[in-house]
Design a protein around this ligand. Structure first.
Ligand code: ADP
Ligand code: MG
Length: 266
């Protein structure tokens, strides 16, 4: 059974054109879905639909075989850990406290987290190698460390699926790679991971499943190899580019070319 499946799905904001329609795909444990496409193509919208935060117009999303529409927010939170694009600063909290907040879906309404919750949070910090940040105030760590702390928080939530909206977009080169490698590690541990990115190379490096969105309601899902070809990328980003295999890097690299911009005014 797949952990997540989307069947014949379509979504549009009230009175607007479709963001996507006729979309079907499923994800297994350990699978990575990279959602790529230009600004405004609907990456966050798709992610929010998959997380149950927006309701589909037509079609169905199932989590572990159950329709997402039949699940309560708390039940969804036990399956999906969601890392939003801009998480609000947690004033006055240490990183360890912040990660403990991931336990919320597992606690009773009036319960405060106890020793066991702090233990689980510690294990989450350990699993991604950031226990040295535990006692630091959340507001005083770097952007890269904050992104790692936020990922530790969803790990503490003990979901099966981790969703992240542009987890690399505000990070420097080194920290971007840190997060890309962390996503690979999470997948190898059995999490299904869904992430959005502005960087085609990240999808190439993750080398699993890609959802490519365009601005006119197009959404194709398939393997990196099938979806990420020059014509499709040129079309959606409206830029001339080349996909080149670089032996020293051991992979195909996406290189934008200066000069001619294709497909303007479509
Ligand atoms: P992306 O994440 O790829 O940049 P979004 O999913 O944020 O794209 O947005 C897709 C489209 O939907 C954009 O045209 C955006 O303006 C529009 N949109 C986003 N949120 C809303 C909303 N709450 N109501 C109406 N339109 C929206
Ligand atoms: Mg977005």
């Amino acid at each position: 059974m797949s952990v997540l499946a989307m069947d014949n799905a379509a979504f549009r904001y009230k009175g607007e054109k479709y963001i996507f329609k006729d979309v079907s795909f499923s994800l297994e444990e350990g699978q990575i879905l990279s959602i790529i496409g230009p600004n405004g193509s609907g990456k966050s919208t798709l992610l929010n639909c998959l997380a149950g935060l927006l309701k589909l117009d037509t079609g169905e999303i199932t989590l572990e075989g159950k329709s997402i529409a039949s699940l309560k927010a708390r039940e969804i939170a036990k399956i999906i850990g969601y890392v939003p694009q801009n998480h609000s600063p947690a004033y006055g909290y240490t990183v360890h406290d912040f990660v403990v907040m991931g336990r919320a879906p597992h606690l009773g309404i009036f319960a405060s987290p106890g020793g066991r919750e702090y233990e689980i949070a510690w294990q989450a910090l350990e699993s991604i190698g950031i226990t040295h940040l535990a006692g630091r105030p959340y507001t005083e760590i770097s952007g890269g460390e904050r992104q790692q702390a936020t990922i530790a928080r969803v790990i503490a939530q003990q979901p099966n699926i981790i969703m992240m909206d542009e987890p690399t977009s505000s990070l420097d080169y080194g920290n971007q790679m840190l997060i890309v490698k962390l996503i690979r590690k999470l997948a190898s541990e059995g999490y299904a991971v869904i992430m959005t990115t502005h960087t085609p190379d990240h999808a190439i490096m993750l080398d699993d499943t890609v959802a490519l969105m365009d601005r006119s309601g197009g959404l194709n899902v398939g393997s990196t190899e099938d979806i990420m070809n020059e014509d499709a990328l040129k079309h959606v980003y409206r830029v001339n580019l080349k996909l080149v295999y670089v032996e020293q890097a051991g992979r195909t690299v996406c290189i934008p070319c200066m000069g001619r911009v294709v497909g303007r005014g479509e």
